[in-house]
Design a protein around this ligand. Structure first.
Ligand code: SF4
Ligand code: SF4
Length: 321
């Protein structure tokens, strides 16, 4: 199973401006060329007794989206940081170094780290890419349109016998059965941020290291992001209603949606979190004080060095006598 988000250029070959998002297989995967809408049908069924059971999880390349990370770390009862460290690997989503996460494989094979002889060890919380398989998602948004249009395609890999099963269903029913509506509702907003960030790359240049760190924190390390919004520095800069803050600290889904708002504000200047009017002046004052202190410390160090040099010259002079 090889599923990824592909990031095409912001302009199509025909010059029509579009933003696309893909959840599709690698170029080696036989993707069926027919695009399906929500009410189109396709033939496929996956179930425990099937002869190919688990084959799709034995050689994986699966990209994770923020809601995937949240569901899995909650299931395992560990922090986002521990989940990232133990069950994912980093990769770059594009040439600008936009950070992405992929699901880890076992030490000794390309099989998914959660694969068990009896099947998926995290089935109820498996990532959206696993839920979609054997469908792929293609989302397209015209440049000035506020909404995406989704279409789907079937992925037929030789080892997957599910396509020979006699079950036919609509895409809509399949998505519902796989629990994809919840996942897409949250992850879609994030994919739009990824695409917008990438498509703005050539116009505004390489993203700063700081913006990439914020992207990583808000996208994947939700517990770290919770700590971040609890800091004095955050409160000094942003005016967050105390009741809203309490909700965010207690509700992971609400916090993740807020993290996306924060990212849009930090990356694209879309202001939805009120900024304190005096924040810039305070930051400037703090910066000025820090520079002054560094200059003071530098002057003290220089004076101590000069004293030490003088003492050593004095001793050398005494030794010569
Ligand atoms: S998370 Fe589960 S379904 Fe997805 S690749 Fe791993 S074992 Fe398979
Ligand atoms: S039918 Fe396809 S998706 Fe299901 S277990 Fe077999 S290879 Fe995996």
């Amino acid at each position: 199973m090889s599923i990824d988000i592909r990031l095409p250029p912001p302009e199509s070959a025909s010059g029509q401006a579009v933003i696309k998002e893909f959840s599709d297989p690698s170029p080696m995967t036989p993707v069926q060329p027919v695009q399906l809408g929500p009410d189109d049908t396709f033939q496929f069924s996956c179930h425990k007794g099937i002869a190919c059971f688990n084959k799709c999880c034995q050689n994986i390349d699966i990209m994770l989206a923020p809601y995937d990370v949240l569901r899995l770390k909650k299931r395992l009862g560990i922090s986002s940081r521990d989940f990232i460290d133990n069950f994912t690997r980093d990769f770059q989503m594009d040439g600008h170094g936009m950070p992405g996460l992929k699901l880890a494989t076992k030490d000794e094979s390309p099989a998914c780290v959660f694969l068990r002889p009896e099947g998926c060890g995290v089935y109820a919380d498996r990532p959206s890419a696993c839920r979609y398989y054997a469908l792929g998602l293609l989302s397209m948004r015209k440049k000035d349109s506020p909404t995406d249009e989704d279409s789907y395609f079937v992925v037929k890999e030789d080892h997957c016998l599910g396509h020979q099963e006699p079950k036919t269903q609509t895409v809509r029913d399949y998505r519902k059965e796989q629990g994809l509506e919840d996942y897409d509702a949250i992850n879609r907003e994030w994919r739009q941020i990824v695409l917008k960030k990438r498509s703005s790359g050539p116009t505004i240049g390489k993203p700063s290291e700081r913006s990439m760190e914020l992207f990583y924190l808000a996208s994947y390390n939700l517990d770290g992001f919770r700590d971040f919004i609890s800091t004095a520095g955050f409160a000094e800069l942003f005016e967050l209603d105390p009741a809203e803050k309490e909700t965010l600290l207690a509700n992971d889904e609400a916090l993740l949606r807020f993290a996306f708002r924060f990212l849009k504000q930090a990356l694209f200047g879309e202001i939805t979190i009120p900024v304190r009017a005096d924040a810039a002046a305070k930051r400037h004052e703090r910066y000025r004080q820090r520079v002054e202190q560094m200059e003071r410390e530098g002057a003290e160090r220089k004076s101590m060095d000069q004293d030490a040099q003088y003492e050593s010259l004095k001793h050398e002079g005494q030794d010569d006598e």
